[in-house]
Design a protein around this ligand. Structure first.
Ligand code: ZN
Ligand code: ZN
Length: 189
């Protein structure tokens, strides 16, 4: 059985440009594309195996990164955007016609509030930060992938230089835990 991790990493990673100035993301509609402009590069770009992040059909993983909310602007056809799940912590804004997710925004009190989640494969510019790690790998099994093949998927990701986790990466998990500890008073703010 052959499978695609994600078309943008199946043949290796393309290193990003540290001086990259940003670019535009477009949905998959043939015309009247939703257009989103991003100032500067993305942070924490990674492969994500969860069931919520948008991925191209046939891919096991999503490639998803964050940008400061202030650096993201909808520049065309924003009227086509619809929030996938209003009750989710991340409000994913999808094109109501083609289904592509243009950005996900955190609106609740959260460690990552102020960041938007984006998919740089929707851009025609090159230089975006390459994926840094793979998150929520075991979640692909919940979506029907054979557990017998999961070790092989981890090995493929490791060969690409991506450490694999079944949550987020340790620094991001630490950031979430620190935020929660400060909120509850277990750590001083
Ligand atoms: Zn569209
Ligand atoms: Zn995800």
């Amino acid at each position: 059985m052959s499978y695609s991790l994600h078309p943008s990493i199946d043949n290796g990673l393309q290193a990003g440009d540290p001086n990259f100035a940003g670019g535009k993301l477009y949905c998959h509609c043939a015309s009247d594309k939703v257009e989103v402009e991003i100032k500067g590069n993305v942070l924490h770009n990674h492969a994500c195996g969860c069931s919520k992040c948008w991925k191209p059909s046939g891919a096991l993983f999503s490639i998803v990164a964050v940008v400061p909310t202030d650096n993201l602007k909808v520049t065309a056809n924003g009227n086509k955007l619809k929030i996938v799940d209003e009750s989710a912590a991340i409000q994913r804004h999808a094109c109501s016609q083609c289904g592509v997710h243009l950005f996900g925004r955190i609106v609740t009190d959260h460690a990552f509030k102020g960041l938007d989640f984006v998919h740089v494969e929707l851009s025609d510019s090159k230089g975006w930060q390459e994926p840094q790690f793979a998150a929520f790998v075991s979640s692909i099994i919940e979506q029907g992938f054979s557990p017998d093949k999961a070790p092989e998927v981890r090995e493929k990701l490791n060969k690409l230089g991506l450490s694999t986790y079944d949550a987020l990466s340790p620094p991001l998990m630490d950031a979430l835990a620190t935020y929660n500890a400060k909120k509850s008073g277990k750590l001083s703010a």
